[in-house]
Design a binder for this molecule. Structure first.
Ligand code: C5P
Length: 407
């Protein structure tokens, strides 16, 4: 089983249509899904979107010119073409589509197209009449024959005021389609069970104990596992996140409900990733009616708690069992605590993050983690949760395969 544990490298070609104003969003969405993006603008594109905006979101210097000696010295265009895991052209104008279809290499973007062996995606954006023109359709047919994937266009109102096909599909759709298409299918044929989010432990009908988990890291892992070819079941606590396409989602509220859902599905899973921040305790008594202040004569309001069963421990401790990966959010000595936790709960691997740093972890879009397993440790520096998820999935697939459980 091959793993390819670097961020996917994408050349984002931007040509000169009005939809180019959405290019920074395409960059952001691709980065959120873990990609490293170098924008390549045609001269016409620079009239619609600035290099400064693209530099800020891509964190890589945009390229515009085949004759930029400084940029070429840093990474020549042939090297850049080899660097790419994918070339995405969004928006792709009728003009750029025509030049690609005819193999004309008269600027940096079209030269890169000829020089790369990576998969190419184009997201057309143009006026409906230009889209429907026989020449455009002929050029697109050629591109398809040459192995290019055409994304869209969407139908609807256009910048020129007309209606019909020719709108560029939305940036998140472009990013999702491209990422899914180029993901290495390291989990093909596996069934992955993931828990995500917090749990709520009710005290009465309106009050509960919970925690700050947003569920974002678990949902990102579910998407990354799906894109890697796995059949994914996601057991989610109460979170404000929409269900990723192609994933079976089971909503639960309390730790007990989560345990029931996991226990029922674990026998069918090859890999169990326990990302959820499960409440360790629940109120001893759940009151049917809302507790009244007057019912508590003392100023000290005490709630008796009892311990929730450990879900991951109950799955990892009994053979036969799936390959088990836990998560640990720590505020002090994260590595030491996590190493101990992995051994105590019999987990194959554990992913630890330091939640005392407000810039990562709980309720943040970034994370920085260390994956600890019996054979070593791997640190992943601060990056988007989507990027963390993809790197973790690659690593988990490798561990799973070397544990003799994978194909
Ligand atoms: O001990 P701690 O709660 O930090 O362990 C975290 C790991 O254990 C996570 O993988 C979490 O999903 C899991 N866990 C569990 N059941 C609990 C508590 C935690 O599965 N009751």
């Amino acid at each position: 089983m091959r793993t390819d544990n670097h961020a996917k490298r994408i050349l984002l070609g931007i040509s000169g249509g009005i939809a180019a104003y959405k290019a920074p969003l395409v960059v952001r969405k691709l980065r959120n899904l873990g990609a490293d993006v170098v924008p390549v603008l045609t001269q016409n594109a620079t009239r619609f979107v600035t290099e400064t905006a693209l530099q800020a979101v891509a964190d890589n210097r945009p390229r515009t010119d085949l004759w930029d000696a400084e940029a070429e010295a840093a990474m020549g265009h042939i090297e850049l073409a080899r660097w790419a895991d994918a070339v995405v052209i969004a928006p792709a104008t009728a003009n750029v589509i025509a030049r690609l279809a005819h193999g004309i290499a008269d600027d940096l973007l079209t030269t890169l197209y000829l020089a790369t062996t990576a998969p190419v995606f184009v997201a057309p954006a143009m006026n409906v009449r230009m889209w429907e023109h026989v020449a455009t359709q002929r050029n697109l047919e050629r591109l398809r024959d040459d192995g290019v994937t055409v994304l869209g266009p969407a139908d609807g109102e256009q910048a020129c005021g007309e209606f019909g096909p020719g709108r560029m599909i939305e940036p998140d759709e472009i990013a999702e389609k491209v990422t899914a298409a180029i993901s290495t299918r390291v989990l093909d044929g596996t069934r992955v069970l993931i828990t995500a989010g917090p749990t709520r432990e009710f005290l009465d009908p309106v009050r509960f104990i919970s925690n700050r988990s947003s569920g974002r890291q678990g949902f990102a892992l579910a998407e990354a596992a799906r894109d890697a070819g796995a059949e994914v079941t996601l057991v989610a606590g109460p979170v404000h996140l929409s269900t990723p396409t192609g994933i079976e989602r089971i909503d639960v509220v309390s730790a007990q409900e989560m345990k029931d859902a996991v226990t029922q599905r674990a026998p069918d899973a090859d890999i169990f990733v326990s990302v959820a921040a499960v409440a360790d305790y629940r109120p001893h008594t759940v009151h049917d009616q809302k507790l009244k202040k007057s019912q508590q004569p003392s100023t000290d309001f005490r709630v008796a708690l009892k311990e929730n069963e450990d879900i991951v421990g109950s799955i990892a401790g009994v053979e036969p069992r799936p390959f088990v990966v836990g998560f640990a959010a720590e505020t002090e000595n994260p590595l030491e605590h996590a190493r101990e936790k992995r051994r105590r709960k019999c987990m194959d691997a554990i992913v630890v993050n330091d939640v005392s740093d407000a810039a990562i972890g709980f309720d943040s879009s970034d994370n920085a983690v260390t994956l600890i397993h019996a054979g070593g440790e791997m640190g992943l520096p601060k990056m988007r949760k989507g990027a963390i998820a993809r790197r973790l999935v690659d690593e988990i697939a490798t561990l799973y395969a070397s544990a003799g459980r994978g194909s």
